[in-house]
Design a protein around this ligand. Structure first.
Ligand SMILES: Nc1ncnc2c1ncn2[C@@H]1O[C@H](COP(=O)(O)OP(=O)(O)O)[C@@H](O)[C@H]1O
Ligand SMILES: [Mg+2]
Length: 211
């Protein structure tokens, strides 16, 4: 379904015939490796275990994505349900039907009201991911959100870091800025300020400023 440089995502079925998505991490370039290490350092789950071999690094990266999905799913965020992970392979719920993957937020065309619903639900999820899963996505944008049956699914969570990561705040602000930019500049919605979104997500405010 997708052949990125570092990972490929395939459609498959389990033994009962249910759709599954299979994400396989392939070899990494030097650039990608440098990128990964930035996200692994500062994460107490992984920082003392950064392997030298590419194969082991890709397995670690798949494990990191799997664990991030589990934490986000347990926190009640809308993500594909993680199923299992083995070495460099991650298996999860398939978003779409019979091998036809759902479109990305970037690719859909919805009514203003539908976009506003998606926006609000996305912010609620970023909040749950921060406050309950204690993670920051780190690569959130209209390219990493799928839309299926009127519902959003946050995907591509390998780079998500713990809120205690030294760059977590910077990543969170970048995520919120990306999301806000898409909904204001592309969709044309009026949405709360970046500061208001940030305060709501981290819990400095209990309500989102109404627009
Ligand atoms: N659970 C899933 N169900 C269906 N399609 C998926 C799923 N996860 C990813 N995809 C598709 O594969 C693409 C690449 O997946 P992603 O996790 O974003 O990896 P990458 O790191 O290559 O961006 C996504 O843009 C989406 O179209
Ligand atoms: Mg992606």
């Amino acid at each position: 379904m997708s052949a990125g440089k570092e990972a490929r995502v395939y459609w498959g079925t389990d033994f009962k015939g249910n759709d599954i998505a299979v994400k396989i991490y392939l070899t990494s370039t030097v650039e990608f490796r440098k990128g990964l290490i930035k996200y692994l350092r500062g994460d107490p789950r992984f920082e003392n275990k950064i392997p030298k071999s590419t194969r082991k690094l890709m397995s670690l990266w798949a494990r990191k994505e799997f664990r991030n999905y589990v934490l986000m799913h347990q926190a009640g965020a809308s993500v594909p349900e993680p199923i299992t992970q083995f070495e460099n392979i991650l298996v999860m719920e398939f978003i779409g039907k019979r091998g036809e993957k759902a479109p990305l937020l970037k690719e859909v065309s919805l009514s203003i009201d539908e976009y506003y619903e998606i926006f609000k639900n996305l912010i609620e999820d970023v909040r749950k991911i921060y406050q309950v899963a204690r993670l920051v996505h780190g690569d959130l944008s209209e390219y990493n959100v799928m839309i299926w049956k009127g519902r959003h699914y946050i995907i591509d969570v390998s780079q998500a870091v713990k809120v205690s990561h030294p760059n977590a705040n910077e990543f969170l602000i970048r995520d919120l800025r990306n999301i806000r930019k898409f909904f204001t500049d592309v969709v044309g919605l009026e949405v709360p300020s970046l500061e208001s979104l940030y305060n709501y997500v981290v819990g400095n405010a209990n309500e989102l400023e109404e627009i």
